[in-house]
Design a protein around this ligand. Structure first.
Ligand SMILES: Nc1ncnc2c1ncn2[C@@H]1O[C@H](COP(=O)(O)OP(=O)(O)OP(=O)(O)O)[C@@H](O)[C@H]1O
Ligand SMILES: [Mg+2]
Length: 305
């Protein structure tokens, strides 16, 4: 299992949107993906209609009560995507954790037993230099850094890279930068074009060639508890996130697999309130579907090599 942290200490740069839709994009390409919600706001879980505040098991409880992480995993309405519920208690974890010395690697330790069950793991990091932010850095093999096309976002990148360098030195970790991802881009705006040009000048190949355009369908999708591929498969948002999933796989030297066709857009989508939608909150039985399998066995034949 390779772990990708979607990370930026700046708020509102499209981290959760990217984590959710990258996870769905990887799953469409045959990669069984675990999405881990590290933000006490629980936006990633909410994007699939899951409510950690009511859940008996969460990542926070696994950490505080020393319980197995598998209890906090839920299936979603997207085949191939399962979610680790973080829980609102993540906000106060620093104050309650028993062993602060090992706390920066607790996520990595908890993930270890579930690694054989997934091909990829996507971490949705919180927008603050919290314990879970550090845990995302220490558990990740690679980083995807979403950034919006504004002057301040570009400045924030310098601070982020300093933080990452410090963490590398302090924790002796070495996550690769997979790429900086420009999100919410409107190339009709002069500022957006200018920021994109200057980011590419400064960071060169570190900036993913694919950008995510500003697209209202992307913004709507969490309200329908679906990824962009299920909500609006023919939208610019689905096209962009699919291309980013492919570019990230390529940068990680993972085999490309043609995406499975998206399901048709639900014509009744707008008519259903969240209460009427079935919440896919079944705990995952790993014994039932994956125990003993290694990573390649789950991937399509083309991926298994
Ligand atoms: N490409 C896009 N087009 C339009 N709206 C978008 C796009 N990407 C994200 N958004 C919207 O921007 C807002 C912020 O996105 P998101 O929640 O993913 O950011 P975040 O970095 O996770 O925020 P936080 O720092 O609070 O965790 C959300 O309302 C989201 O729906
Ligand atoms: Mg978020």
């Amino acid at each position: 299992m390779k772990t990708i942290a979607v990370i930026n200490q700046k708020g509102g740069t499209g981290k959760t949107t990217t984590a959710v839709n990258l996870a769905a994009g990887f799953a469409r390409r045959g990669y069984w993906t675990l999405l881990v919600d590290l933000d006490p706001q629980s936006s990633a879980a909410h994007s699939f209609g899951l409510d950690p505040s009511q859940a008996p098991a969460t990542l926070s409880k696994a950490i505080l009560e020393d319980r197995p992480l598998v209890e906090a995993i839920r299936t979603t309405n997207t085949e191939g995507v399962e979610v680790v519920l973080g829980g609102p208690e993540l906000a106060t974890l620093e104050l309650r954790i028993k062993n602060p010395l090992t706390a920066v690697r607790v996520l990595s330790r908890l993930l270890a037993p579930v690694r054989p069950a997934y091909d990829l793991c996507v971490l949705d990091a919180p927008p603050a230099l919290s314990l879970m932010f550090t845990n995302a850095l220490s558990a990740a093999d690679g980083l995807v850094v979403p950034v919006t096309p504004s002057f301040l976002s570009a400045k924030g990148l310098e601070a982020l890279f300093t933080t990452i360098d410090e963490a590398r030195a302090d924790l002796a970790i070495a996550p690769d930068l997979i790429g900086i991802l420009m999100t919410m881009v409107d190339r009709r705006q002069c500022l957006d074009k200018e920021v994109e040009t200057s980011l590419r000048e400064v960071f060169g190949e570190k900036v993913l060639s694919q950008v995510i355009r500003m697209n209202v369908r992307i913004k709507e999708a969490p309200g329908h508890f679906r990824s962009i591929f299920a909500h609006a498969p023919n939208s610019a948002g689905a096209e962009d996130y699919d291309a980013v999933a492919a570019e990230v796989l390529a940068r990680m030297n993972l085999p490309q697999q043609a995406p499975a066709p998206s399901t048709e857009e639900d014509p009744h989508a707008d008519g259903l309130t969240p209460e009427l939608r079935p919440a896919p909150a079944e705990p995952v039985s790993h014994e039932a579907h994956r125990e003993g399998e290694d990573t390649a066995a789950h991937a399509p034949a083309a991926l298994a090599g």
